[in-house]
Design a protein around this ligand. Sequence first.
Ligand code: 4AD
Ligand code: MG
Length: 448
Amino acid sequence: MPRKPSAHKEEKPISSISSIRLDEGKRIFIRDLLNEKNEGKQVSLLGWVWRKREHSNDIFVVVRDSTGVMQAVIPSKLVKKPIYIEASVEITGVVTKDERAPGGFEIRASGISIIGDSEKYPISKDFSEEFLLDVRHLWNRSTKIKNIMLVREKVLAGARDWFASQEWHEVNPPILTGSAVEGGATLFELDYHGKTAYLSQSAQLYLETLIFPLEKVWSLTPSFRAEKSRTNRHLMEFWHLEGEVAWLDFEGILKAEEQLLTAMVHRAAEAAPKELAALGRDPEDLFRIKPPFKRVHYDEVVKIMKKSGIEMEAGEDLSSEHEKQLTAKEKAPIFVVEYPKKVKPFYTKIDQNRPDFVLSADMLAPEGYGEISTGGQREDDLDAIITRIKAEGFNPKAYEWYLDLRRYGSVPHSGFGLGIDRLVKWITKRETILDTLPYPRTLSRIYP
Ligand code: 4AD
Ligand code: MG
């Protein structure tokens, strides 16, 4: 049964056209009207008022739908009441070629119905970034955010297809958890029926359990970090693409990561070239990215910083400034391979040849963007991992289930976690990570 329409101000009852409107098969999209094929045809277009100009006898309305924008020329005498920006409308008329119109075609309208009227739209020319965050539920309609969402969708489609082609299994790990993965400082704690629980920081430990039945697993989940500082690359809630593979060593996981990333950025370049170009990214930049990615050892990083006059003590973690310096002139991602043991979590595997180092690698995006993923080989020895858990100040009792993986048929294995928001930030050339998803969660903001 069709949904009952709500009461409406228009004279024309909405129910008389709702059967057409809700039937996707009969919907005409702007994308299909901007070419010769439909020239001269009578059409009925559904969309929102994007721009409006009034001339003596005509009103020029640029309508947008999910596929594009198109101009309609409406004789003023047909318009009974003001048309406001973002009102939803149905426009009927004939598709006509006109070089002055954006896209080269316009609708010479014989009628307009306002389906959902609009109040004075709050977003006009002069707005601050803070204001746009306040009205993000409306700003998400902007061409900029829409293009970013479309690129993001393609990137994820590329990942999904790559995993399927390599026979990795998609799994759904939990978000409510009882233990920390990435250190205690960024945990979001909550009351779980009288017990303490946390929002997941990473699905990694659960993915590690699932390699035993499935061997190659991946998941896409939100991860949560109570980050205490405001930066242009940290969110409280971010989208985490993670993978874990049995019988795979350090070099193996780096190869998988570079292939996956290549597939993702190539898909964006193939499927969203116009959106990328509108955002200032030449799709060719992405097509040029190919494995193998350059690898720089941590020792080398220390030397490079010394040469560039940027402060860095041997043994300390890389800061965003170090990453910026390392990648500013790069055109493709690079790996920093091996880190000092003390800057990486308890699960990283120690390099047998250099016991102060672990088999962990960060992938850094080029052009100064920096870290987008962290991966490596996992510690598979029971005693070694208990020592490391204690050294981080965690209670091994909370990790009994995880330790069981080292008790029952432990295998060499490796995995990674890639931040989708950071990846999108780089490929869409954004200054801030806040642009990369529709509702960014930040230190000071949970509205809207
Ligand atoms: O480097 P991280 O903390 O590594 C892990 O969580 C591993 N357990 C992943 C794994 O091996 N399965 O996080 C992985 C990636 C980072 O490289 C970064 O891209 C992203 O997640 N990330 C964030 N993105 C946005 N906001 C934050 N607060 C982020 N924290 C991490
Ligand atoms: Mg990391």
